[in-house]
Design a protein around this ligand. Structure first.
Ligand code: 6PG
Length: 244
């Protein structure tokens, strides 16, 4: 099984990325609902996707058929400033288009280990299967160190091959995180990276120009087995790529 299609899309800045991403998300939703009656999307945290979420709050879509999940979360309560859920709620989900029962929050307040176990059960229950959950779309960011979701270089979650969700100690942040595992990310029908800023340029170059036999940054390990992979990057992040 190999990634069906990998696409690199460059836009001039973060706002242009958000606008393009909005069209990609809405189109994936239309196709998913037409084919399967629902659209299951996992959200990225951090700051880059906030503009996209704000655009979705102003969009028309069949949101009653959307199920919103999270790719990762910090071990904090939902009202904490570091919470990815709080960012998405403030930027988008608070608008109420998606039925609250269809917003599947990682319960970071339980602590990373318990939250990961609880989310594993939530995925099994909401997907109605013990098979690896196949998200229609997974939104992802990338850190300057090449991490994605909360899969950081050198962390145990990277090698988790059985669980759908893992808790992981992140030494560089001195904190525990909850994250979807590569097994889950690579089961997605479509993975969409949103990457903006010059600080991401070295990691993006390493990820996109990685040698087949060389070590790989976590973001380079996201290659949906039977899905599509889109890198949506701004000019600053793409400045290190050949041909940029
Ligand atoms: C998190 C995110 C993380 C994020 C990257 C990029 O919880 O922090 O899931 O993987 O996507 O760190 O963050 P920015 O978009 O803020 O650069």
């Amino acid at each position: 099984m190999t990634t069906q299609r990998t696409e690199l899309v460059q836009r001039k800045d973060a706002a242009a990325i958000a606008a393009h991403a909005r069209e990609l998300v809405l189109e994936r939703a239309r196709v998913s609902i037409a084919e399967r009656g629902a659209f299951r999307i996992a959200l990225a945290g951090g700051s880059t996707p906030r503009a996209l979420y704000a655009l979705l709050a102003q969009s028309q879509a069949e949101f009653a058929r959307w199920h919103v999940y999270f790719g990762d979360e910090r071990a904090v309560p939902p009202e904490h400033a570091d919470s990815n859920y709080r960012m998405a709620r403030e930027a988008w989900l608070g608008a109420g288009q998606v039925p609250p029962a269809q917003v599947h929050r990682m319960q970071g307040e339980l602590g990373a280990g318990s939250a990961a176990a609880q989310y594993e059960r939530e995925l099994v229950s909401s997907f109605g299967s013990r098979e690896v959950p196949r998200f229609d779309l997974v939104l992802l960011g990338m850190g300057a160190d090449g991490h994605t979701a909360s899969l950081f270089p050198g962390t145990t979650a990277l090698s988790e091959a059985r669980l759908f969700v893992a808790s992981t100690w992140v030494e560089k942040l001195s904190t525990n995180r909850i994250t979807l595992t590569l097994r889950t990310l690579n089961a997605a029908r479509h993975a969409l990276f949103l990457v903006a800023g010059a600080d991401k340029a070295p990691a993006l170059r390493e990820v996109l120009h990685a040698r087949a036999d060389g070590p790989r940054l976590p973001a380079a390990l996201v290659r949906p087995w039977e899905g599509e992979l889109t890198w949506l990057v701004d000019s600053a992040a793409a400045s290190g790529l050949s041909g940029s």
